[in-house]
Write a protein that binds this ligand. Structure first.
Ligand code: SF4
Length: 281
């Protein structure tokens, strides 16, 4: 009976809070903390925890670790288009299976959820527009590169990307255009397509009531070609155990799991001269 009363009080608390709630999103954290304080009181009356959020997060983290280990066991004869947009040195470390401290990695445990939400949005847009092809796998044997394009219609190549509502002004990211330029180059040169326009579609990840926005760009063959030439350099590095150059974009390093190897590289080179530095640009 006590439990039912406490539960009713909790509902009443939430309802009252709703009525008085004229706060904006900035105050959401305060509300959550307030609610947690109340629910902790409720919890004190019970010895059992119905939903253990720490256990939930541990499990999510373990799944991310398992996925990482699984990914490392794949045989990957081609460089992927998305790898060409990242730090080549990081790709080298990853593919050469350099050790990382798995327990102290993957702090953002909701990564998989975020990816699943993205996949659902992608699929929804792909299935509800008259694209002629979606999720087309493309391979360039010449450049040892493989990838998948989101959608094609006539001479248009489409890429579907997420953006949060607050970041909408900064939605456009040059890397998205590069990614499509590589895809368009492979389509035109290996599959006889005539792609001349790239369309980036951004869906608002945290507000599905808003319309997606889109931008059209003229396809520039030189951009795609330059990245694909880098694919051959990276491929050569991997084949010959040569360490590629670091990324010159500091943002790439922010969440990099291989920082410790990069920071110690010079000393490491003195001790172990097996690897040479090869410049990618
Ligand atoms: S720390 Fe930065 S430069 Fe080094 S591998 Fe990672 S992303 Fe590349």
């Amino acid at each position: 009976m006590d439990q039912i009363n406490e539960f009713n009080k909790l509902i009443e608390f939430i309802d009252n809070n709703k009525q008085n709630n004229e706060k904006d999103n900035d105050n959401l954290l305060d509300d959550i903390n307030h609610l947690i304080n109340y629910s902790t009181k409720y919890e004190e009356l019970n010895n059992l925890i119905g939903f253990d959020v720490n256990q939930f997060k541990k499990r999510l983290k373990q799944e991310l670790i398992n996925d990482h280990i699984k990914k490392q066991s794949y045989d990957r004869p081609y460089i992927s288009i998305t790898e060409l947009l990242e730090c080549p040195r990081r790709i080298y470390y990853e593919r050469k299976k350099y050790d990382i401290d798995l327990k102290n990695s993957f702090y953002f445990v909701y990564l998989k959820l975020s990816a699943e939400i993205g996949n659902t949005y992608h699929k929804f847009i792909q299935e509800n527009y008259d694209f002629t092809e979606t999720e087309k796998t493309i391979i360039s044997e010449h450049y040892k590169t493989k990838g998948r394009v989101d959608a094609i219609k006539n001479n248009f190549l489409y890429e579907i990307k997420p953006v949060d509502q607050k970041d909408i002004k900064d939605a456009y990211n040059i890397k998205h255009l590069y990614q499509c330029s590589i895809g368009a180059y492979i389509l035109n040169n290996s599959y006889d397509y005539k792609i001349d326009t790239i369309t980036l579609i951004y869906y608002i990840r945290d507000n599905f009531r808003k319309d997606p926005i889109s931008f059209d760009y003229k396809y520039d063959e030189q951009i795609g070609k330059k990245f694909l030439e880098n694919a051959l350099i990276l491929y050569n590095c991997l084949e010959n155990n040569k360490l590629p150059e670091k990324s010159n974009n500091k943002d790439d390093c922010k969440y990099c799991l291989y920082k410790k190897y990069c920071l110690n590289k010079e000393d490491k080179n003195k001790l172990d001269n097996k690897e040479e530095i090869l410049f990618l640009l």
